[in-house]
Ligand binder design. Structure first.
Ligand code: PMP
Length: 412
């Protein structure tokens, strides 16, 4: 079992006050906080190892290259992947764009093909597919979401066909915390010859995600939501697929050879993952992310999940007890620690501001998932509380008290 009080000692941010109150950070779906182990890993890289990687033969460059590749190994193992199957990116958004544009420039999408997404996608796993489908002349199809925020599997089976070339689906909704059956979805997509991209931005930080079990073709995630630095993320691509794909963003560091004739040039790509990482990468970010992964592994992802389930159950009990409108399924086993709600006639921003005045940080608005927000019947969005390893049941007591005060405003 996790001890959040011990964990908090590693997070310098929890020593600060907000509006004179102890900070209660319930905005983890937006970004997590960082432990001192991650801050020091980044600091130490710049102090002791900083050089550009992969190009120079001097000692420092070799050390930096080794640190980068060692980080790749650690982060890849965390999701059950081989190091050469993990591309470092800036964030989940860049990972998804990289996958989408790779498929586009590699001729995987053509006129008459279909790309299947769901109505619960974050804009980052929707807009890249809208764009590449349009450019390729392919048709975008949207799997519907049920009233309770869960995926309509009947609609999935109705819309999946031999025309489907790509299925792009989130593992966990960043609005409702709903967990999608991505293993089953990828399996079904594969039966029709389609590729499957799983958006793991809200799952990889919170549960044991194993690509060997789920078998996606792509898995995207962000480092900053899992204790790592901002500006580093990952895209898992199967070895087999990575070999076939053209890199959409060519440049230095991605090629083994470039030749130019009179008015024409051609390039030979390095092996994956390097062919997808043109330009100078975020080496310190990768080093910081591997420190974050080591921190999570030490805690154990099963215990992380269990701790968050306990917090989620209590949060749902509190909200229901207060008669507050909660979105998504009410069984904590069907969701992660992302809880969306609305309080009476107050707008989500008003509630978030009132909570902020009590030192409680939540997010309010559409959470970059407007099609889902509309489907849930919450035109102004929701208030979202999202939990992580350092949150405590006691913090939820403070949250309940604050909500009681807000309800007086809402009703009075
Ligand atoms: N997908 C989901 C489900 C998310 O929650 C987010 C971040 N809110 C993203 C993608 C995009 O992540 P990033 O902003 O780190 O690129």
């Amino acid at each position: 079992m996790l001890d959040p009080y011990e964990i908090r000692k590693d997070f310098p941010i929890f020593t600060r006050k907000v509006h004179g109150k102890t900070l209660i950070y319930f905005d983890n779906a937006a970004t997590s906080q960082r432990p001192v182990q991650v801050i020091e890993a980044v600091d130490s890289f710049y102090r002791n190892q900083n050089a550009n990687i992969g190009r120079s033969v001097h000692e420092l460059a070799l050390t930096a290259t080794e640190a980068y590749e060692a980080s790749r190994k650690i982060v890849a193992a965390f999701i059950g992947a081989r190091p050469d199957e993990l591309v470092f990116t800036k964030n989940a958004t860049e990972s998804i764009n990289l996958a989408a544009y790779s498929l586009l420039v590699s001729g995987h999408l053509r006129s008459g093909d279909e790309v299947l997404v769901t109505r619960m996608e974050h804009h980052s796993n929707l807009l890249p597919w809208v764009r590449v489908a349009r450019v390729a002349g392919a048709r975008l199809r949207i799997i519907e979401v049920r009233e309770d925020g869960t995926l309509d599997l009947d609609d999935f089976y109705r819309k999946l066909s031999d025309k489907t070339r790509v299925l792009a689906v989130t593992h966990v909704s960043n609005v409702t915390g709903v967990i999608n059956p991505v293993k089953e979805l990828c399996e079904e997509a594969h039966k029709h010859g389609a590729l499957c991209l799983v958006d793991g931005a809200q799952s990889v930080p919170h549960m044991h995600v194993d690509v060997g079990r789920i078998k996606p073709d792509f898995l995207a995630f962000s480092g900053h939501k899992m204790l790592g630095p901002m500006g580093i993320g990952g895209l898992y691509v199967t070895r087999e697929l990575a070999e076939k794909l053209e890199p959409p963003f060519p440049g230095g560091g991605a090629i083994s050879l470039v030749g130019c004739g009179v008015d024409e040039c051609s390039a030979e790509w390095l092996q994956a993952p390097h062919k997808f990482e043109a330009g100078t990468p975020n080496v310190a970010g990768a080093v910081g992310l591997s420190a974050a992964v080591e921190y999570l592994e030490k805690l154990g992802m099963e215990d992380v999940e269990e701790h968050e389930r306990r917090l989620t159950k209590k949060a749902l009990d509190i909200l229901q007890g207060l008669g507050v409108k909660v979105y998504g399924p009410l069984d904590p086993r069907e969701r992660t620690g992302v809880v969306s709600f609305n309080v009476g006639k107050l707008t989500p921003h008003e509630v978030a501001q009132l909570l902020d005045s009590e030192g409680i940080a939540v997010r309010s608005g559409h959470h970059c998932a407007l099609p889902l927000i509309k489907r849930l019947g919450a035109p102004l969005g929701t208030v979202r509380a999202s939990f992580y390893i350092y949150n405590t049941l006691e913090e939820l007591d403070v949250f309940e008290e604050a909500l009681r005060k807000i309800l007086v405003v809402a009703v009075g």
